[in-house]
Design a protein around this ligand. Sequence first.
Ligand code: PAF
Length: 296
Amino acid sequence: MRVITTIREIMNARAEWSVSQQVGFVPTMGYLHEGHLTLARQARRENDVLITSIYVNPAQFGPREDLNTYPRDLPRDLRLLEEEGVDVVFVPASEEMYPAGFVTYVDPTGALAEQAEGASRPGHFRGVATVVLKLFQIVRPHRAYFGQKDGQQVAVIARMVRDFNLPAQLRILPTVREADGLAMSSRNAYLLGEDRIAARVLYKALQAGRAAFEANPGERASLAAKAIIDMVQAEPRARLDYVEIRDTHDFLLKETLAAPALLLIAAHVGPARLIDNFLLREDGTWDTGIIATSQD
Ligand code: PAF
């Protein structure tokens, strides 16, 4: 496995592979967990060459967010990626990604980028879209892998791929969950003791939302939102940021309980701000993620 830190070197490495070789790409911010490794495994199976990146992108953090404390453990990450058969890991420094004089950003707009997570974290999706476009330009993947856990991020990136006619195919894999349903996230490292136990409320609340959805088809969407809110409010360690039920086509708030829909939740538990979602597809099937087993 090659660890590359400069754009010039990774572009040279990229040019070494023949045009017929399929390149898979898993961009990450490191502090890897089973969710990332599931993406890497799938990418390994589907491509000839597997590139991952580890870069905590400052542009997607707000001024009062956790950029400085975001968990990092590069030696462990590299070990895990090596075990998954990754060919190249790109680990750039910020001077490499945003050199002096950098001024050009991708600024997604509209409900998709400005509501829900976009409203809570102004500028977040501008930072995500900018770094993902830049990484795609550097790596030029045939396929890029993301987790459904960041459901709105996935939708923003998919929109950017369409808007800019990017050649990468997006592969979105289900959220990987701990045994109690908590969605795997690098930020779960902030959860200790009682906070860790309390954090399962996000999953329980989404389950309650799904149950309300299924019990009241065609009724007001606020019925399912209320079921989610009630569950979170019953957990004293959790502080709700938002619960929203949005249409997956236009990302507008749903008025009635009908597919397709994304049930989105963000809440603070102790020092961690956590997000999660359940996806109800057009065909009426749910993607609620998968509980990781010990073999994973
Ligand atoms: O999901 C993440 O880890 C990040 O938002 C991404 C896509 C690597 C961009 O920094």
